[in-house]
Design a protein around this ligand. Structure first.
Ligand SMILES: [Fe+2]
Length: 259
């Protein structure tokens, strides 16, 4: 039985101009480095939101398009709070639903379902009842699934503020649907740190940002650094069974043979 591997990169925050990136960071170069590794090891790349640095402008998406143009595997976008969902969907040729970047892809035994939780640049995320109903239908047609949403469905000190996750009504509705289906994991980003927890009987995974990592507050102010360059690999057997996630670190360090 063959193994299927996809890469999950998150919060790549590509600027349209250097002034849009945080001091001491270089999101475009970092994405280039991660894609060089991820596209070699994976059969698809999923970008779980905040593809744009600030607001989802044409300049930001032009820069993003240039970075992903030569990736030899499919690239699937998820809309985040810094994205313009319609513009993003158009960039990747996705028709979406009801003005939202919702869609699914069947990929070697697993249905990858993408939900758009972005709401007019609000920091927090939300899902409409209609989106959750659609998810229920789509999950019902698959034997195994992976659900991708930018905003986390976890509670943690980094994401303890309600604005850093899906709101409570969305979490409740989502949980009631997820628990009725075979969902390997609900995966997302937004927190800019790697997190793993449980949600509605499955695993919730938050991928770190390839652009910069959020830290503890200092003197009451939020902090960041570039941090380790990391992404998640999700893999399964080609019949959809045997799901596994691995956090991969991209580095120039040399791999030495064990003797
Ligand atoms: Fe972000």
């Amino acid at each position: 039985m063959a193994r299927v591997v996809i890469a999950q990169l998150s919060d790549v925050h590509i600027p349209g101009a250097p002034a849009e990136q945080l001091a001491g960071s270089n999101p475009s170069d970092r994405l280039k480095s991660v894609l060089a590794v991820a596209s070699r090891r994976s059969s698809a790349v999923l970008l779980t939101g905040d593809l744009a640095a600030t607001r989802g402008t044409d300049d930001e998406y032009r820069a993003l398009r240039a970075l992903v143009a030569d990736v030899p595997v499919p690239v699937w976008p998820v809309a985040g709070n810094h994205d313009e969902a319609n513009r993003l969907a158009a960039l990747f040729g996705i028709s979406g639903r009801n003005g939202r970047c919702d869609y699914f892809v069947d990929h070697s035994g697993v249905r990858v379902v993408v939900l758009d939780s972005s709401r007019d640049k609000l920091v927090g995320g939300r899902l409409d009842a209609e989106q959750v109903d659609w998810l229920d239908t789509v999950l019902g047609g698959a034997s195994a699934s992976l659900v991708a949403i930018h905003h986390p469905c976890l509670a943690h000190d980094v994401v303890s503020s309600p604005s850093m996750r899906l709101d409570d009504p969305s979490l409740e509705a989502l949980g009631s649907v997820i628990s009725c289906h075979e969902v390997h994991a609900v995966i997302g980003g937004h927190a800019h740190v790697p997190l793993v927890g449980s949600f509605a009987g499955t695993t919730a995974i938050v991928a770190p940002s390839t652009a910069y990592e959020f830290g503890d507050r200092v003197d009451g102010r939020p902090t960041y650094r570039e941090g380790p360059l990391q992404y998640f690999e999700h893999s399964w057997n080609d019949d959809g069974s045997g799901f596994l996630s691995r956090l991969v670190t991209v580095s120039d360090e040399v791999w030495r043979p064990l003797t």
